[in-house]
Design a protein around this ligand. Structure first.
Ligand code: NAD
Ligand code: TYD
Length: 340
């Protein structure tokens, strides 16, 4: 498993995964292919850009000609992180989610099959299962019931991956992880958005009643799980990844405010997300039993380290929040305030 093609490696989880592999293995050679959309940021990789085990190629995973040319160079493994990943954006503009997440995955699968890639790992999400009530957990056999254009596009991709395994004998795995947090997360997602707004004394927009529940996992624990799956999982297996760490959104927001010594008066309840899933919770016992995975970060430690990272890397996120993202933010949250 030496030559690894990582797609979407300039994004949040992909860049953490590249750091994770390079720190851990001397004998892995990583090609990072990323289109550098608004979410792709080469600043996430500056300290390894000269590493001889690493190279970056800017390309669109949907562009089959470019992808075939690249994959024909010979890879042991493809790990597909590249995606449009933000639910709110998928409600504003669903088409790009179908393009990237469905067509992009199919283009990678086709190239993998033609050029003899030995393992294809699809990084999927617990959101493919839809929403839970107050009880229960998603297992790998739970029905797929996606509710947003984002999760529907990820579900379609999962089916394509499994179909390529079944029909063409491509060695595939699918991982379905819960909500991640940690370094380099784009500040449109809940935790970094709230940290960066609080640092700037700006309102913290909480959707609906703030009682939606997510199961939070540190990104390094997710990377460790994907690495185990890539190296050890039997072909065709699906693995859920989750931290058994359910929190309501309002709890998360209050933890951040307390740690930063900011007042709760910054909290602003705004109009709910349309179709907002109430609760996600993951049963990851299969991954623990088959591959011996255990999360290493407690949420208490992980969230403090993450808050500190954002405090110490203000330039990283200020650059993002002062550019194109600012226009998106103003438009998205002005509409919510008006409708509330
Ligand atoms: P992200 O939005 O931070 O990064 C996505 C990356 O993909 C960016 O670097 C972007 O430039 C790149 N990309 C987008 N379209 C592309 C294209 N057409 N061609 C090549 N590159 C393209 O996302 P993330 O949070 O790092 O998520 C990575 C993967 O993990 C996604 O597939 C997502 O569905 C999945 N996932 C995310 C979470 C989470 O909490 N963030 C949880 C479970 C699963
Ligand atoms: P998000 O980070 O967008 O992840 P996902 O929707 O994929 O779970 O949102 C996490 C939760 O936080 C979700 O219930 C929506 C909520 N949320 C807010 O309340 N306010 C916000 O500004 C954002 C971005 C999210």
């Amino acid at each position: 498993m030496n030559k690894i093609l990582v797609t979407g490696g300039a994004g949040f989880i992909g860049s953490n995964f590249i750091h994770y592999l390079l720190e851990r293995y001397d004998d892995c050679y990583i090609t990072n292919v990323d289109l550098l959309t608004y979410a792709g940021n080469l600043d996430n990789l500056t300290n390894i850009s000269d590493d001889p085990r690493y190279r970056f190629i800017k390309a669109d995973i949907v562009d089959f000609v470019s992808i075939s040319n690249l994959v024909s160079q010979g890879f042991d493994t493809i790990v597909n992180f590249a995606a449009e990943s933000h639910v709110d954006r998928s409600i504003e503009a669903p088409g790009i989610f179908v393009r990237t997440n469905v067509l992009g995955t199919q283009s990678l699968l086709e190239a993998a099959r033609r050029f003899g890639v030995k393992k294809f790992v699809q990084v999927s999400t617990d959101e493919v299962y839809g929403s839970l009530g107050q009880e229960g957990y998603f297992t790998e056999t739970s029905p797929l019931n996606p509710t947003s254009p984002y999760s529907a596009s990820k579900t379609a991709a999962d089916h394509l991956v499994l179909a390529y395994g079944h029909t063409f004998g491509l060695s595939v795995n699918v991982t379905r992880c819960s909500n991640n947090y940690g370094t380099y997360q784009f500040p449109e997602k809940l935790i970094p958005l709230m940290i960066t707004n609080a640092l700037a004394d700006k309102p913290l927009p909480v959707y609906g009643d703030g009682m939606n529940v997510r199961d939070w996992l540190h990104v390094r624990d997710h990377c460790c799980a994907v690495d185990l799956v890539m190296r050890q999982a039997r072909t065709g297996e699906i693995y859920n990844i989750g931290g058994n760490n359910e929190r309501t959104n309002i709890d998360i927001v209050k933890i951040i405010l307390r740690r930063l010594n900011k007042p709760e008066s910054l909290i602003m309840f705004v109009q709910d997300r349309p179709g907002h899933d109430r609760r996600y919770a993951i049963d990851s016992s299969k991954l623990r039993k088959d591959l011996g995975w255990e999360p290493k970060y407690s949420f208490d430690r992980g969230v403090i380290e993450t808050i500190e990272w954002y405090c110490n890397n203000i330039k990283w996120w200020e650059k993002i929040k002062s550019g194109e993202y600012l226009r998106y933010y103003e438009q998205m949250y002005d509409n919510r305030k008006k409708a509330n």
